[in-house]
Design a protein around this ligand. Structure first.
Ligand SMILES: [Zn+2]
Length: 226
């Protein structure tokens, strides 16, 4: 927009200067003629309306204040380097290889954690609160216990994506909020996070709208269960 206006103005000025007066009097200068276009000076002095936002183009994200914009520019997860370390086996990953999330006692693999924190930052900008989690990285012992208490829902111990630090379960305050779920389904994949097809209604596995996975990680691991 700015460049187009500048181009038009730049061309218009010399044309006006070339208009020859036929009465012998000094001709009008470009400065006094209404060119029908803004002069380069006017263009440069006028506020630029083009968006300079660095926000990713995420549906529903409308920062309402300067502070909201600044918060989106901050490090999404301070203290997490975002590395994908997979030194341990499923459910036996040392805490030093995981990153802590915004909720106490919740950890994920670095790349999945940073991506989820970015998604959460945008979720918070829209809904005014953090994504609520009931589960994230799940140690093998917890997975074994879950397999006994909820055999239809829990993956075979050693196969869960929770054990790789690549899955979270959302609170029912999130899954019970139709707007929030629609927002997450629309925007989660932008950050690599999705409710996998098997967990959706009519999917090949148990219906688990609360179970979300970091797709780049699970695809690379070739793992796909709750
Ligand atoms: Zn889960």
């Amino acid at each position: 927009m700015l460049l187009a206006a500048l181009g038009a103005a730049t061309i218009a000025v010399p044309v006006a200067d070339m208009v020859a007066p036929d009465n012998g009097l000094p001709g009008p200068t470009a400065r006094h003629v209404d060119l029908g276009y803004p002069t380069p000076h006017e263009v440069l002095a006028s506020p630029v309306h083009a968006s300079t936002s660095l926000l990713p183009a995420v549906r529903g994200v409308r920062p309402t204040s300067e502070s909201a914009s600044r918060s989106l520019d901050r490090d999404p997860l301070p203290g997490c380097d975002g590395d994908a370390r997979t030194t341990g086996s499923n459910g036996q990953i040392p805490a030093s290889d995981l990153c802590s999330l915004w909720e106490p006692n919740h950890m994920l693999r670095g790349d999945a954690a940073v991506a989820l924190a970015e998604l959460n930052t945008n979720f918070r900008a829209v809904y005014g609160r953090d994504l609520c989690l009931t589960d994230s990285y799940r140690p093998l012992a917890v997975q074994r216990r879950l397999a006994q208490t909820k055999p239809t829902l829990a993956a075979t111990p050693g196969r869960s994506n929770h054990g790789w630090g690549l899955a979270v379960d959302l609170c029912n305050t999130v899954t019970g909020n139709a707007s929030a779920m629609e927002w997450l389904r629309a925007n989660g994949p932008t950050y690599g996070w999705d409710n996998p097809p098997w967990a959706r209604r009519g999917g090949s596995g148990p219906y688990e709208p609360w179970h979300w996975e970091y797709t780049p990680g699970t695809t690379a691991m070739g793992s796909n269960w709750s």
